[in-house]
Unconditional design. Structure first.
Lengths: 512, 512
């Protein structure tokens, strides 16, 4: 089969046709002069060329999208990263940076003609400042490793994505990662203070800083969540928080999803910000209970898990207030974990919900959208309606406190057409989120996965500004091309454009 | 005197020569076709042309810098703002947006050939969402008016600049305003969720959103603190917080500034984030005490005021911990306000410190820099050394908890050369802040005032990125030209460039 490679560079998403058509000999298709310069700039062992060596990098956590990278590089110094970027700029070669590859939206899906830049060897914690409560780390340091390194000093790093044992802080920065504790302690953007960044032309800039306000435009916030499209982060300063002296969890069971949803809104409206406020519906409860026997009521329509942390007296006072509120909102039972082992048992069901769902279905697809808390009940009902329309089952297990939904669509990739139907249902769910004033992402990013839905989320003016901003940092569009921000042409093809204050412009999108 | 107007447009700061040379007839110097189109787009009463009408707009809170604007417009609809921007773009006329004019760094100093765009008539609170704890407001709404409007619901808007009774939320967004409570509750950037913005070409974009994570690049953070150089904000969604049930304040007195400074660092390092942690030195204590009899010890080298808020039991527990820490750090006395009236008395000295200093000196100049807390003692000593070198007195009253210094330089504008010496001392103090790893701004912004110090703060790479980013939103450089980000040529003239990790590149800058 003859493939027009020019299509790949310029298409704004990798089509299935292109995905299918690469055999694995792409390093050979790279410019030999470029490769030879790369091998001069980096030790030979840091440049992976054979298909077998490149295979482990062909996808991130969104494994439905696979693409063998042209070449994989594993630099271990700033100078080497700069050389890679300078060479890519000189030869117009696309670059995709990668942390641990645990991302769920395809942000690190490689480019077949490009360099996959793994930051795995940047794995040092450079310094910890106990007075300022900050740590300076390299991007390849694992999220949990930071908390482990400072635990003896009574400190921790707050954002805790489910993948925290494996994912790296560099990937967290790229995707603005969240987690259970982000309701109270914020996302990555609220917990990263400064970074050293290599730009596409090899220039190094330092952005952010340890002080509260920074002069100049806030490039730090723009970089966090930019999915590797503005530059490559080579050093990160994170904020460390004191470990709370006490944490307690309660579980409340409800006869209806709507009551549970309205209880969530009421807790936050009462001015209580729990350390975590999670919700699971019946399918998720049953799957988790069958898997780890967490003590969940299998006949409840929904449960809420609410963790409160702080001083003992503060936690006691808030526990009382939350319990009263939950009962007022119609909870049929409220159980406060009596001790640490019961607390861990309550959490075990939530923490194992994804693998638990994996046991009851050959495959599942995790959607990530965010909605205003007041719309929780309405949207959960809408999801269940859409699921019946598409003939698919959905289990809901999510960060209810910040309105961040994670519907898990159960499907069987062995059945022809079922994955496509699953993708279509996922897209409808995200559009539903947008239609109630929410967004198509909570914490997983856009990547390749949700690029069409960006056309629903944003209008032409906003997308144009995004492209202009991108061009400032990467005028030739070499950094992670085709991710995160769709072209206007793509949106026109997708035939959906613009939501204004919760109203969808396109008539075919679902309304509830 | 013949003035070369082309100089004004293209110079990157208004020189004294230019400042002195305008008489007040500049509206006449604007393009008549532009003026006539402006008068078609806006009601005649919304276009101020006579020198007397324009006079009140000639400066903001940095009143040492004055400039009569070419014309003042007071739009009251989005459509009118768009028309003003479109016309300015078409005729290449500079635009300076203005809130209440309380800014302290000259961010709203007018352009003599340009439009001063007052947002004063955008003064409506559009809606309050009690479930989401947010309010949608127009930019001309006063900071305090938001808290007043929602107080009955037990909510408030946290950032509290000293000028909060007068300053507007639009100006707060432009300068990323702070205040006493920002240590615990964050700056404007942490409390504003979304905005509607008119770009230089009249396009309207919506940035940010009420959900925790937003897809696309984080333009919201880039806009906050961009000093009106990227666009004009026409609507703002702010986060509201529940009013804490209890607040208590203590005052600790110290025999040395260094001990007080080290106590500040120790409190934060212990994991306690007070609602406010303020410090005053002897000159500030005496001035305040003479003015309002707050009960401060006139013979102390420094006092700390520490406010804790939360539930009663939480506040009690933290009060105890902080008191013990302060005594360990060498406080000679710790007084906890016994009741609300004593609490208000303790605060009255701090809140009136600026006018109190105004009573003992014909003029004072308020500097705004931020340093790592661990450097507090060292920098305060350095400031006092520099003050003697320059033969000027300095009173220190500042947000110690977040390292945000406000040295007040006392001077007499009647004495020839004293203001210039004051400006020079201020610059040295800011450079000292940078040399210990701090920044030249805490909460007042850069504006005209600190544009030279930006050359010390940032290197060429960072400044280039700032200019490129600016060009995305305003390719012709019409929005607030000459503010906030210096040209590289200017930095070369200033003969200082780049600080790398707290090390100043330029040998003449002060070192301690």
């Amino acid at each position: 089969m003859v493939l027009d490679l020019s299509k790949v560079r310029h298409c704004d998403i990798l089509t299935q046709e292109i995905k299918d058509s690469f055999g694995g000999f792409l390093t050979e298709s790279l410019n030999p002069a470029f490769l030879s310069e790369l091998l001069t700039a980096l030790p030979e062992a840091a440049v992976l060329r054979s298909p077998d060596e490149r295979r482990p990098y062909e996808c991130d956590g969104l494994s439905a999208y696979r693409m063998l990278p042209g070449v994989v590089v594993l630099p271990d110094t700033l100078e080497q990263v700069r050389s890679v970027m300078e060479l890519c700029q000189a030869y117009s070669v696309p670059v995709v940076a990668r942390g641990a590859g645990t991302g769920l939206s395809g942000g690190a899906t490689p480019h077949p003609e490009g360099v996959l830049l793994s930051m795995a060897r940047f794995n040092q914690i450079l310094s910890v400042d106990l007075l300022a409560c900050t740590a300076r780390v390299q991007p390849g340091v694992r999220n949990l490793a930071i908390s482990e390194a400072v635990a003896a000093h009574g400190l921790y790093y707050a954002p805790d994505p489910s993948s925290q044992i494996a994912c790296t802080i560099g990937g967290n920065v790229a995707e603005n990662a969240g987690g259970v504790h982000c309701l109270k302690y914020g996302l990555t953007v609220h917990n990263v203070l400064a970074a050293e960044v290599v730009l596409m032309d090899g220039e190094v800039i330092e952005i952010g800083g340890e002080t509260l306000d920074q002069p100049g435009y806030d490039l730090m916030a723009a970089f966090i969540g930019s999915e590797g499209m503005l530059g490559v982060v080579t050093e990160i300063t994170v904020r460390l928080l004191p470990t709370p002296p006490t944490a307690k969890v309660l579980m409340a069971a409800f006869e209806s999803v709507e009551e549970a949803a309205s209880a969530v809104a009421d807790i936050i409206a009462a001015g209580i910000i729990p350390a975590g406020l999670e919700m699971m519906d019946t399918p998720a409860i049953i799957a988790a209970e069958d898997f780890v026997q967490a003590g969940y009521p299998r006949d409840a329509a929904a449960i809420l898990l609410c963790e409160l942390d702080g001083t003992q007296s503060e936690v006691d006072a808030e526990m009382e207030a939350v319990s009263a509120l939950l009962l007022e909102c119609g909870a049929r039972s409220v159980n406060i974990a009596r001790d640490e082992s019961e607390r861990e048992r309550f959490w075990s069901g939530r923490k194992n919900a994804f693998p638990a769902v994996g046991r009851i279905s050959p495959d599942y697809y995790c959607i990530d959208g965010t909605i205003p808390r007041r719309a929780l009940g309405e949207v959960l009902k809408g999801i269940s309606q859409l699921a019946s329309e598409y003939g698919l089952r959905v289990a809901n297990v999510f960060h209810a406190g910040d309105g961040n939904l994670h519907p898990l669509i159960l499907y069987d990739s062995g059945k022809p057409g079922e994955f496509e139907r699953t993708e279509a249902l996922g897209a409808k769910i995200l559009q539903l989120c947008v239609s109630v004033g929410g967004t198509i992402s909570g914490e997983h990013g856009i990547g390749l996965e949700k690029i069409d839905q960006m056309c629903v989320q944003f209008g032409q003016n906003e997308l144009e500004q995004f492209h202009l901003l991108k061009a400032v940092f990467d005028p030739n569009g070499l950094l992670n091309p085709g991710k995160a921000v769709p072209t206007l042409a793509r949106c026109a093809e997708f035939n959906a454009m613009h939501v204004h204050k919760g109203k969808l412009a396109h008539p075919e999108l679902p309304r509830f």
